[in-house]
Ligand binder design. Structure first.
Ligand code: NDP
Length: 298
């Protein structure tokens, strides 16, 4: 058996088109487009690419996207002042601070300083709490995208055994909350879980967000399971030689070639969860803009 491939690139295009329509309608009704401000502190090359992609993707759907690049030695106070300015700017609907931050800045203090109604990453404790108490408002983008992929797979979540490997605040925990809200029976596994293979083998729906290349082997997958691989790991195929850069490859947390022989559906890496994350960020910006306007109009 070979699993159905869950094409995140194609689904992300569908989501972007939905957002484009919503943004045009919002702009017509309110005389301004939704606004997304992306803040990058420092010059981390991967973060530079991510933030530029976010700004570009926003503009492509008609959102007013703006990237602020602050120097690597920016103080925590200076960043908090910038956030305060954006929090109080009525034309700004979404604020995102790219992680990781330089050492002198405490990440949690910064994330806590973003107004919850503009927190399009969904990382603020208020938004995490709303999700945990069954009243989701702004939900983290990667888990939202993963839920759309499960929907694409036609996965029956009600009553299903779901296993989420990884318990980070940005992926694993909110993913488990969304699956629980969809009436799955959810197990959260992590680095201290005993016999992870046996836990995974019970899963009708297996979501893996660990950051360890091909940790989950094919025989950990229950036959017929739906597998969502969130991991993005760059592995070296050949070292740098004679002035040529090292040959690398992006792989997931699941051994794809093995797992696809057992799963009924599986996300590839790249081209699975990754594209959905940005698409859901755009959607969150539209959701935030609509909610803010609705709140203002009482
Ligand atoms: P974190 O490092 O914050 O969390 C990793 C989690 O995996 C932790 O809960 C950790 O457990 C658990 N873990 C680590 N080692 C093992 C192990 N051997 N067995 C079982 N569990 C283990 O990572 P993130 O959640 O931020 O990201 C996870 C992966 O997803 C990364 O590869 C990242 O690049 C990718 N990612 C992809 C995105 C996308 O858009 N496609 C977006 C965000 C992330 P413990 O809590 O016990 O330490």
């Amino acid at each position: 058996m070979s699993a159905t491939l869950l094409d995140g690139k194609k689904l992300a295009e569908t989501v972007r088109n939905e957002v484009r329509v919503g943004v045009a309608e919002f702009t017509k009704t309110h005389g301004r487009p939704p606004g997304l401000e992306v803040i990058l502190v420092g010059e981390d090359p991967a973060s530079q690419i991510y933030t530029r992609n976010k700004e570009k993707a926003a503009k492509e759907v008609g959102i007013r996207g703006k990237l602020h690049v602050l120097p690597a030695d920016t103080s925590e106070d200076a960043l908090l002042r910038e956030l305060d300015r954006l929090n109080n700017d009525d034309t700004v609907d979404g604020i995102l601070v790219q992680l990781p931050l330089p050492k002198q800045i405490r990440e949690q203090r910064v994330l806590d300083a973003i107004r919850p109604d503009k927190d399009v990453d969904g990382f603020h404790p208020v938004n995490a709490g709303m999700l945990a108490s069954g009243r989701p408002s702004l939900v983290p983008c990667t888990p939202r995208g993963s839920m759309r992929l499960l929907d694409l797979a036609g996965a029956r979540l009600e009553g299903a055994r779901a296993v989420v490997v990884g318990r980070s605040n940005i992926v694993g925990k909110p993913m488990a909350q969304l699956l629980l809200a969809a009436n799955a029976t959810v197990t959260m596994a992590h680095s201290r879980t005993k016999d992870l293979a046996a836990v995974c083998r019970e899963a009708d729906v297996l979501v893996v967000a660990v950051g360890k290349a091909e940790l989950v082997r094919g025989d950990w997958v229950k036959p017929g399971a739906v597998v969502i691989d969130v991991g993005m790991n760059r592995i070296e195929l050949a070292p740098a030689k004679d002035g040529e850069p090292a040959k690398t490859k992006l792989v997931g947390d699941v051994a794809f070639d093995e797992a696809k022989e057992r799963a009924s559906a599986i996300t590839p890496v790249p081209g699975g969860v990754g594209p959905m994350t940005i698409a859901c960020l755009l959607d969150n910006t539209l959701v935030a803009a609509r909610a803010r306007v609705a709140a203002k109009n009482g």
